[in-house]
Design a protein around this ligand. Structure first.
Ligand code: S3P
Length: 445
């Protein structure tokens, strides 16, 4: 590690004070919370939303739709979520904001807004923080340009970008080059306002929250295995959205329970959407004691309970390319579990990790190397050679690179091994799970 890195502020993470036991609710799902806020802002009338995640990313979406003229009156609830009403701009459209829209660290905010702004003849500049300003945007601007939207500077890959929409959007039939729910959603949201049918085909199944939620807002939507379509022109109509718990946040608690001796926990009221809970299947294939029980629906989203127990003996496994989208955000924490398993774990075709909040492929390999674990990339495949007796030395210092999911992964590495570690940029957990440490502590009481 370089001296520069040692000079960055780091947070000392204490080991767990005991096994993780009991029952917990995790905060609302981040993907569904963004959609609840953004779709309500587009709609005619006042939508009611409940269980919305209160995190920096969702706050970025809220601030952007307020700048575009939506009336947001959400209040903090005793469970820490946000609930209340959002009155959208409806058929009148968003107002021309006075300043660039700052999407912060949130790729979902920036990319979904591009689709949302497409049908309106205003010019809006979208910007983001240093991380978001390096993330690819042509995947979104390319299909929207085919529909008639203009982006300036033309052909630019990164934010900041200025978008000028059009009231005469053309519907498209689009083959997405990658499985991306953000790309799919941007095209469908624009397509809802174009005259005719807009169709999107994807190479693997990405999360389908948009296809499940759009009909609730009155937009005729069809979805099959690798295809989704909307009919337009339409204006979204106010709806009620109840956001279930976030499986991506639950994954950190579940994996911590699998690794921490004596642990047995239940996460309740969590989304069990199959496009999201691939990590439970991977853990089962590694031999972990994990089970999933469906108890009901939150809107159209299946939800229920995930149970997990400490599992001393884990084995490596191979995760095929077509399953990656269902666990893409869980690869850092699954990699840590794989580091403790006997044999090699292979995640196939995970090139998309390079363009997340940071290059997660490189960052996982680097962090595991610090632990003395052999991990490497071969093309777009990630290999991890696990060590069943892996001992984490006390006082290790990890760099989250400002990425919330890496910050939580390296925290879990130390906490479950019973040693203190330091994590640089740990405050990034506020992007998706501000109460992460408090929830783990509650489970040890
Ligand atoms: C998200 C989609 C995924 C995911 C991201 C949230 C969404 O990204 O990694 O954290 O809410 O649609 P892709 O669009 O790249 O699949």
């Amino acid at each position: 590690m370089s001296n520069d890195q040692r000079n960055q502020p780091a947070t000392r993470i204490e080991p767990l004070s005991g096994p993780l036991r009991g029952t917990i609710n995790v905060p609302g799902d981040k993907s569904i919370s963004h959609r609840a806020v953004l779709f309500s802002a587009m709609a005619e009338g006042t939508s009611r939303v409940m269980g919305v995640l209160d995190s920096e990313d969702v706050r970025s979406s809220i601030a952007c739709v307020q700048a575009l003229g939506a009336q947001v009156s959400l209040e903090k609830q005793p469970d820490g979520s946000l609930a209340g009403g959002i009155t959208g701009w409806g058929a009148a459209g968003p107002k021309q904001p006075d300043a660039p829209l700052d999407c912060g660290n949130s790729g979902t905010t920036a990319r979904l807004l591009m689709g949302i702004l497409a049908p309106w003849d205003i010019t809006v500049e979208l910007s983001g923080d240093a991380s978001l300003s390096t993330r690819p945007m042509r995947r979104i601007t390319a299909p929207l340009m085919k529909m008639g939207v203009r982006f300036e500077p033309e052909g630019r890959e990164h934010l900041p970008l200025r978008e000028t929409g059009t009231r005469r959007l053309r519907p498209i039939d689009y083959e997405a080059p990658m499985a991306s729910a953000q790309l799919k959603t941007a095209v469908l949201l624009a397509g809802a306002y174009a005259e005719g049918t807009t169709v999107l085909h994807e190479p693997a199944r990405s999360r389908n929250h948009t296809e499940l939620m759009l009909p609730e807002f009155g937009v005729p939507t069809t979805a099959s295995d690798l295809m989704a379509s909307v009919e337009g022109p339409n204006v979204l109509k106010a709806a009620e959205v109840r956001v279930p718990g976030d499986p991506s946040s639950a994954a950190f608690l579940v994996c911590a329970a699998v690794l921490a001796p004596g642990s047995a926990l239940q996460v309740e009221n969590v989304s069990l959407n199959t496009a999201r809970v691939g990590f439970t299947r991977t853990l089962e294939r590694m031999g972990a004691q994990v089970s999933v029980t469906r108890t009901g629906l939150s809107g159209k989203e299946p939800s229920g309970v995930i149970e997990a127990c400490h599992t001393p003996s884990l084995r490596g496994c191979e995760i095929p390319a077509q399953h990656i989208a269902s666990l893409v955000d869980e690869i850092p924490i699954l990699s840590l579990v794989a580091a403790h398993a006997r044999g090699v774990t292979v995640f196939r075709d995970v090139g998309e990790l390079r363009v997340k909040e940071t290059d997660r492929l490189a960052a996982v390999i680097e962090g595991l190397a610090q632990l003395g674990v052999d991990a490497w990339a071969d093309g777009d495949d990630l290999f991890i050679e696990g060590q069943p007796d892996l001992a984490v030395p006390a006082g290790m210092r990890f760099d989250s690179k400002g990425d919330h999911r890496l910050a939580m992964t390296w925290a879990v590495a130390g906490m479950t091994a019973g040693v203190p570690v330091e994590v640089e940029g740990f405050e990034s957990v506020k992007i998706s799970y501000p109460g992460f440490l408090a929830d783990l502590e509650r489970l040890t009481r």
